[in-house]
Design a protein around this ligand. Structure first.
Ligand code: GLU
Length: 506
């Protein structure tokens, strides 16, 4: 591979939002390109205008940008192999289809929809698979069965036709896949796929192969759902005389539902409450599908989570930045079997990256949640709250609601703690302890902790018995960040205020 330039492409069809499976395909292509000092190309495959959805191309670009997957050649970036949008390359494809006909590898077919339906019905009635193939084509209306004169007349007259590939009856088609090893199909499993449609436009198969060749694509890394098309593609390379430079294939495993039963679908996301799209998608009909970005995920976490869906490194390392992934990623270590989507793991990844995010960045990302009460104690105070609480949450949006007691007295008090742990004796200890730290001006976490130890010893009680009630009296909560850090931040004056509230309330 070292003396071959790596050129890979991500080739989505703009038919709707990009599923995370598609994003993973883009990511693996990106990592492979970067790792080999190659090029990552974005080609928009919009030959099927009927399935075109407005906004989908912008969505693809925005998603890749958000995730930091920079493109070397593409519609916006340009490049020497452009245009990179198939609808702008429409004049290229027909000549290759004609070349295939001229060389006997494809043929004109003039069958009407009724004739095609008849054929299917007949084949099905005799329990045969309803395929237009080496057997059935000989009883159809095409340039293999009609006389040369009639074919010429029909073409001159402008009769409607399509061009189909002419596959052999019984031939082994073999190719090597980087992930799956040798793959063998028999041509009898395939049908004579349409290459050029009635409107003169190419199908996906023809446009995809022609473009991969013209764009000098070295490796085709794509989802497993394209594996059944691969033998046809191999035959096209052969028939077009491009076998020598055929790209190397790598078909990625499916991303499965959390229970492993079937492919992860858009509906699973809605049903189980997690996004299956990178960013929010507003369909032309107004329907909204949630995205990772809008759900509060950090792009680094999504990249890391997707990288691990189907690939794992040789050691146990789980956290990777994009540049670490470029180093560590290895197509040979991508598994053949489907990867189960794991929602808890996705949240865990986000938690890990949140821990690495500075409080300033976190505050920036939740500006819309911040109101005057959060800034009343100064910017530094807010930063310290964020720093203390980020250990406790998966998403930055959970921080302020969780830590409201840093800014105002508790609005409610955990009932269980009140009933189980709060009594006259404990209350009196907590009051004395607080009186002590105020008197001695013990305002740092260390001082407060040391004093609690001393206080407990002097009074012959277990320090542990006082910790939770103390936290509860100040924050109303049963748990939270390290208690003395919390007390230091809230400060002696406010701690006194809080104990007074508790004394009058309970
Ligand atoms: N346009 C195809 C898609 O939407 C590309 C498949 C391929 O990579 O060959 O996924």
């Amino acid at each position: 591979m070292s003396n071959q330039t790596v050129r890979v492409r991500f080739a989505p069809s703009p038919t709707g939002p990009l599923h995370i499976g598609g994003v993973r395909t883009a990511l693996y292509n990106y990592l492979f390109a970067r790792q080999h000092g190659g090029k990552f190309i974005l080609r928009i495959e919009d030959t099927d205008q009927k399935r075109f959805v407005s906004g989908a191309e912008e969505y693809i670009n925005e998603s890749l940008t958000w995730l930091g997957l920079s493109i070397d050649e593409g519609v916006a970036e340009g490049g020497e192999f452009g245009p990179y949008k198939q609808s702008e390359r429409m004049d290229i494809y027909a000549s290759y289809a004609k070349q295939l006909v001229d060389n006997g590898f494809a043929y004109y077919a003039f069958d009407t929809p009724d004739e095609l339906n008849d054929m299917r019905a007949k084949l099905e009635a005799s329990n045969m698979s309803a395929k237009y193939d080496s057997t059935s084509r000989m009883s159809m209306r095409n340039s293999l069965t009609l006389s040369e004169d009639e074919v010429r007349e029909r073409l001159e007259r402008g009769d409607a036709y399509i061009i189909r590939i002419k596959l052999p009856r019984n031939e082994e088609i073999r190719f090597h896949d980087m992930i799956r090893g040798w793959i063998v199909f028999n041509s009898s499993q395939l049908d004579d796929k349409v290459l050029l449609k009635e409107d003169g436009l190419p199908t996906y198969h023809l446009a995809n192969i022609v473009d991969d060749h013209l764009m000098k694509i070295s490796h085709v890394i794509r989802g497993e759902e394209w594996l059944p098309s691969a033998p046809l593609h191999v035959m096209l390379y052969k028939y077009l005389g491009w076998e020598e430079t055929m790209p190397i294939f790598a078909h990625l495993p499916l991303i499965l539902k959390p229970d492993g039963k079937g492919k992860l679908s858009k509906r699973d996301g809605d049903r189980l409450g997690f996004p299956v799209f990178p960013i929010e998608w507003k369909a032309p009909d107004g329907e909204i599908s949630s995205g990772y970005r809008e759900s509060g995920y950090l792009p680094e976490a999504v990249v890391n989570m997707l990288a691990m869906l189907g690939w794992h490194p040789s050691d146990n390392k789980e956290l990777f930045s994009l540049s670490e992934l470029i180093q560590a990623f290895d197509l040979d270590r991508v598994s053949k079997s489907g990867a189960k989507f794991d929602m808890d793991k996705s949240k865990w990844f986000n938690h890990q990256f949140l821990l690495q995010t500075s409080p300033e960045q976190i505050i920036n990302s939740i500006q819309d949640q911040i109101n005057p009460i959060h800034t009343s104690k100064g910017g530094d105070y807010l930063k310290r709250v964020v720093e203390l609480l980020k250990e406790k949450v998966n998403f930055s949006r959970e921080l302020l609601p969780l830590g409201h007691y840093f800014f105002e007295p508790p609005v409610s008090y955990d009932e269980k703690i009140k009933n189980k742990k709060w009594n006259t004796e404990i209350s009196s200890h907590i009051n004395q302890y607080i009186k002590g730290i105020v008197e001695f001006n013990y305002h740092t976490a260390d001082q407060m902790e040391l004093y609690l130890t001393t206080y407990a010893e002097e009074n012959g009680i277990n320090k542990g018995m006082l910790m939770q009630p103390l936290r509860w009296a100040v924050s109303g909560q049963a748990g939270g960040p390290p208690i003395f850090d919390m007390l230091e931040l809230i400060g002696l004056e406010e701690i006194t205020n809080r104990i007074n509230i508790v004394n009058t309330k309970f």
